[in-house]
Design a protein around this ligand. Structure first.
Ligand SMILES: [Zn+2]
Length: 359
């Protein structure tokens, strides 16, 4: 019986690897490159990764869809009430299970900045995914003392991702936190600059979500919008000098009716700001950054599955989005590989110096 279970498990595991067709670690190839560079006294061109992949097996599709996941609250346990059924709340345990499930399905995290710049470095056969977190809630991240230092609470999304990263370093430790610097930001130990710096040092990104989470559609003037969005950049420079915010997430998912140009860029008290990416409150995956349909000023997101699952949340998409509709990496950072017949969908200006490969 035990033998039978073991062999069944082995078959299941190899089947899932075969299905996802995703293995290897980008860290490994980076380490190889560094070693090669160390051996040379003079600087060398970074070696180009040219993985030998069987296109018919891996079936890369770098024009496929990518899920940009939107998280809000994280808690240890949750009791639904008539005011809050938990649609925007995830438990720590469910988040732990989610990371493992995503990893097993072949998803690997990339940063929002890398999505925007078509700089997607995940192994062949893997599917890139972006994590975003709105509102700066303490369940996403808070600092706790550990001896002399301050570290991420293990009962927070960041703490859980750090733990997962120890055993699955190739999953990626990436995410963008859209905060309101005029409100509470990751309540816990440490100062606000200490909290932000911890995230930035770990490679996470900080995004703009307005100073006080306003309804943009109710803002009456350009001045009001610039105070909320430019004020956030100004405050960021005071907290973390030189940190330029490049992405904005719409509070309540509401765009401005007539003053959209000031959501994109403007000036507040002498501080310039510019948002190259604007995140919607989501319902579906985004198109690939090389697609003609890609609009960085309206990036669609998929909401994380909460205590109460809803249609078009992450679990729903994981069941309803087929593998061949998704972005499947060719593993080569220098090429964009797509199946034959999809050439007309590609915006050549967005290839960013990469070679288009059609098979
Ligand atoms: Zn929000």
């Amino acid at each position: 019986m035990t033998k039978f279970l073991k062999s069944s498990l082995a078959i299941l595991i190899s089947a899932s690897i075969f299905l996802s067709g995703c293995s290897g670690s980008p860290q490994d190839s980076k380490a190889d490159q560094n070693q090669n560079q160390d051996k040379n006294v003079t600087a060398v061109e970074p070696s180009v990764t040219q993985p030998n992949i069987d296109l018919s097996k891996v079936t890369p599709n770098e024009n496929g869809k990518i899920m940009v996941v939107m998280f809000h609250n994280f808690v240890s346990s949750f009791t639904p009430s008539k005011y809050d059924d938990g649609q925007y709340t995830t438990t720590f345990n469910d988040f732990r299970k989610l990371l493992q499930a995503l990893y097993d399905k072949g998803y690997r995290l990339i940063s929002l900045n890398d999505l925007l710049n078509n700089n997607i470095l995940v192994p062949a056969g893997c599917i890139p995914m972006v994590f975003t977190f709105d509102d700066g809630t303490p369940g996403q991240f808070n600092l706790v003392p550990d001896g002399e230092k301050l570290v991420a609470n293990k009962e927070s999304a960041v703490g859980i991702m750090e733990e997962f990263n120890k055993t699955h370093p190739d999953f990626g430790l990436e995410g963008t936190f859209f905060v309101n610097l005029g409100l509470k930001v990751f309540d816990g130990d440490g100062t606000v600059p200490e909290r932000l710096k911890y995230l930035i040092d770990e490679g996470f990104e900080i995004g703009n979500h307005t100073m006080t989470h306003i309804h943009l559609n109710e803002a009456r003037s350009a001045g009001e919008i610039q105070k909320e969005i430019g004020g956030e950049q100004k405050r960021m420079y005071e907290l973390i000098p030189d940190y330029k915010i490049f992405a904005f997430s719409l509070p309540f998912g509401q765009p401005s009716k007539d003053l959209q140009e000031f959501v994109i860029k403007g000036n507040y008290q002498g501080v310039q700001y510019q948002n190259s990416a604007i995140m919607e409150v989501g319902w579906d995956p985004t198109v690939s950054p090389v697609s003609k349909k890609f609009n960085p000023l309206s990036i669609h997101r998929v909401r994380a599955t909460g205590i109460k699952p809803v249609q078009a949340d992450l679990d729903w998409w994981l069941q309803n989005l087929s593998r061949n509709e998704q972005y499947i990496s060719d593993g080569n950072p220098d090429t964009v590989t797509i199946p034959k017949g999809k050439e007309a969908d590609i915006d050549n200006n967005r290839l960013n110096g990469k070679k288009l490969v059609v098979y």
